[in-house]
Design a protein around this ligand. Structure first.
Ligand code: SER
Length: 603
């Protein structure tokens, strides 16, 4: 037991140990890029990797889980710069997958806050779901409020928020993407000032900081927009590490905690300025570069680009650079600053394995931005001559010269130029929709949509993974995968274009396995056994101690199978269900990485 929880590591240890004692299994943080949800770009909550299990699939580690998950949320990017907002953050979470429900969840939260973190009850307040008549007549959560009162929370410190399903700020959480598990929640707030908290709680008073959210996930939002009751009642909670740590140290500013101070100190050194005078700029630099380091360091190699996650990454890096220049940092600094971020997170092995890649990519992006910055400024001056920049022009500055809109806006303000933001937003949204559609293909497995079509393509992906090794090279490994109901897409390491004979050979190898009607078997075994049995794993991915392994059996082989992969599924039961496998495209995806798109056709 930790005497006084003061540091990031103390908090994480205290949380995980507490829930372990309550019979939760600790699961590792998943990638920042969701495997199972093509409707969003980043993992936004600890529950994200657990979607299939919240929907009813059995989790190999049981019904009680806990984790600390790295997350990115960009919808609040404009608010970054204040004391409490971040694009990257860590979320502590505990889950019940159809096991305990409201009473235990609230009791666990209360016990952890007041007994382990020793936070005084008289600085706590909560919101509870106020019901929603527009959707299935969802009732007011009186039960939740009563549990809080029984634990000792005064009535005046409970606020019911209504109309939760449609308004994002109310007591309803999820789904994380467009569809998936969701439900009413109770949010826990802490009075951040040293002076006593007001007797009654006003959730609109920003001096109350939300630190934890307990969601009672009982519904699934479907594609058609309906809220269907789930077979199992789940609990999903999320507690922000940055905010809670600030609270524990009596700080009103998250950036003054030990998670950010080494970064801020380095920015002060490089710029020769003081944090107290350049708070907003330094917070943006620290936040955006921390997020960039985590995106670049993720196991799913993302680079700055103009689409999908790469596009968010580019915006974060460039915005940080712009603020760096504003506070007087003249030389390239992002790569250097990344070195002060890494030691804060010794537990994310991937950051340390990829530290060279992180530094190189930052340097390259900063050079690129330096090059377009001047040209862009010239263009900006031309465009701004008549004192108005249209939305289309602002978008051109963004797309061709990499100027984030905030930067164009700032430049315009300095020169008294107006920007047609409405038109810009329209252009931007149109572009986002396009890139969202094109990047909706980046993720492994089709679990968000476990239709028959995606299930079949998922099994076909396993066959392709093996076929590549059999036909081309034993060294081939999966570097990325995405499945839509129409096609699969698979990235792998290989140095050159494939010949048409090789493509034919791959198709033949796979179609032979489909015709042979091979059985697909699922088993749950310890990770160690899975790896020693020859199961394919994703390079760099972290797995829990117990994993599910899918084997495609083949009695014609000496070892009795042709494919074995650690995978959450789902898959068909027999390869005979797949139809005819056809490669429709083979192309380069990145340097040294090839990409295959393929479909399954009716016989
Ligand atoms: N999913 C909920 C949230 O993100 C609780 O973890 O707040």
């Amino acid at each position: 037991m930790i005497e006084k929880v003061k540091t990031r590591q103390d908090l994480i240890d205290a949380y995980i140990n507490f829930f372990r004692e309550k019979k939760h299994k600790h699961i590792p943080s998943s990638s920042l890029i969701p495997e199972n949800d093509p409707t969003v770009l980043f993992t936004t909550a600890g529950m994200h990797p657990l979607v299939p299990f919240l929907l009813g699939q059995k989790h190999p580690l049981g019904k009680r889980l806990c984790s600390v998950q790295k997350c990115i949320r960009t919808q609040d990017i404009d608010e970054v710069g204040d004391e409490v907002h971040h694009t990257f953050f860590e979320m502590l979470g505990n889950w019940s997958l159809g096991d305990y429900f409201k009473k235990e969840a609230i009791e666990f939260s209360f016990e952890f806050l007041t007994k382990v973190l020793n936070l005084p009850v008289d600085k706590l307040a909560v919101t509870c779901f106020g019901g929603d008549k527009r959707v299935q007549n969802l009732p007011v959560d009186k039960e939740g409020a009563e549990i809080w009162i029984k634990l000792g929370l005064p009535k005046e410190r409970i606020s019911f928020l209504e109309g939760g399903v449609f308004e994002s700020k109310k007591n309803w959480w999820g789904p994380a993407g467009e569809t998936g598990p969701c439900g009413p929640d109770t949010e826990i707030f802490y009075w951040k000032y040293k002076k006593p908290a007001p007797k009654s709680f006003n959730p609109d008073d920003e001096n109350w900081v939300e630190i934890w959210n307990d969601v009672f996930m009982q519904y699934e939002k479907t594609k058609a927009g309906a809220y269907v009751t789930l077979k199992q009642k789940n609990v999903d909670t999320g507690m922000g590490v940055e905010r809670t740590l600030a609270v524990l140290n009596g700080l009103e500013d998250n950036y003054q905690s030990s998670i950010f101070q080494p970064i801020i100190k380095e920015i002060e050194k490089m710029s020769g300025q003081k944090y107290s005078e350049k708070k907003r700029e330094m917070r943006i630099i620290a936040d955006h570069l921390r997020a960039s380091v985590f995106i670049l360091g993720d196991v799913r190699t993302i680079k700055p680009s103009n689409v999908g996650q790469g596009y968010v990454l580019r915006r974060l890096i460039r915005r940080a650079i712009r603020y760096g220049r504003l506070i007087g940092i003249k030389e390239n600094f992002t790569s250097h600053l990344s070195k002060s971020i890494l030691p804060i997170f010794p537990d994310y092995q991937e950051l340390h394995t990829n530290h060279k890649f992180i530094a190189e990519q930052l340097e390259e992006e900063e050079n690129k931005f330096n090059a377009t910055l001047e040209k862009g400024l010239k263009k900006f001056n031309e465009l701004g001559n008549d004192k108005l920049i249209t939305g289309k022009e602002a978008f051109l500055l963004f797309q061709s010269y990499g100027f984030p809109i905030e930067m164009t806006q700032e430049l315009a303000d300095e020169k008294g130029i107006k920007i047609d933001l409405e038109e810009y937003n329209g252009e931007f949204k149109r572009h986002q929709d396009l890139s969202r559609t094109s990047s909706a293909g980046m993720f492994k497995s089709g679990l968000a949509d476990d239709s028959e079509a995606t299930k079949k393509l998922h099994t076909a992906t396993h066959l392709l993974n093996e076929a590549l090794r059999q036909v081309l090279s034993k060294d081939i490994r999966q570097k990325g995968s995405n499945i839509t109901p129409e096609r699969l897409r698979f990235d792998f390491n290989f140095p050159r274009k494939l010949s048409s004979e090789e493509i034919k050979k791959l198709e033949n190898w796979i179609n032979d396995k489909i015709k042979a009607a091979l059985k697909v078997r699922r088993e749950e075994i310890p990770l160690r056994d899975a790896l020693s049995s020859g199961a394919q794993s994703e390079f760099g991915a972290k797995y829990p101690e117990l994993v599910s392994v899918y084997t495609i059996e083949d009695k014609r082989e000496r070892k009795g199978w042709i494919s074995k992969e650690i995978c959450t599924g789902p898959h068909v039961e027999n390869t005979s269900e797949l139809g005819n496998f056809k490669i429709i495209k083979e192309e380069s995806s990145a340097s040294g990485i090839r990409r295959i798109k393929a479909e399954l056709r009716e016989e």
